[in-house]
Design a protein around this ligand. Structure first.
Ligand code: 4NP
Length: 166
């Protein structure tokens, strides 16, 4: 059997957007019965919250949409560029910070913007909800659900995995 496809979601603190993306994606992967074929992780480009659980406000918003939040913050590192098959940046600043660890550009082809997989939303970035109100957290979950559905379909197609959208 082929090695699982390795996905990494990256934001700034790894306590709001990227853990949400990771847990939403795991939820969809499980629903599709593709646990053995795709694996997810997340990381932050800053170290402010290393070791912390996902933000409580983010967890509440995720739970409202039936998503459990698991994980502990860690920092993105250069080795991740080798380990992962696809790295998803939540905003343009994350994208630049990821590529700053790849000066030769060897892994640049693996780094994509999360919103490039959206099908319903036209946002270019997943907005940072940290300093805003509850609406911002709910919006992040809705936006990421759209992006994760598009992402799963794209990977399933590319990797020839069985996936039927309902
Ligand atoms: P995240 O949100 O990048 O989606 O995890 C943030 C978390 C913490 C901070 C900023 C954004 N902070 O400045 O501490």
């Amino acid at each position: 059997m082929a090695a699982p496809y390795q996905l990494l979601f990256v934001c700034l603190g790894n306590i709001c957007r990227s853990p949400s993306a990771e847990n939403i994606m795991n939820h969809l992967i499980q629903q599709a019965g593709l646990e053995g074929s795709i694996q997810c992780d997340s990381a932050g480009t800053a170290g402010y919250h290393v070791g912390a659980k996902p933000d409580r406000r983010m967890t509440m918003a995720a739970n409202d949409h039936g998503i459990e939040m698991r994980g502990q913050a860690r920092m993105f590192e250069a080795a991740d560029l080798e380990t992962f098959d696809l790295i998803l940046a939540m905003d343009h600043s994350n994208y630049r910070n990821i590529l700053a660890l790849d000066p030769a550009g060897n892994s640049a082809h693996k780094v994509k913007m999360m919103c490039s997989f959206c099908r319903e939303y036209s946002d270019q970035e997943v907005p940072d909800p940290y300093y805003g109100g509850a609406d911002g957290f709910d919006y992040v979950i809705r936006l990421l659900m759209d992006a994760c559905e598009g992402l799963l379909e794209a990977i399933a197609q590319e990797q020839n995995l069985p996936y039927a959208r309902d």
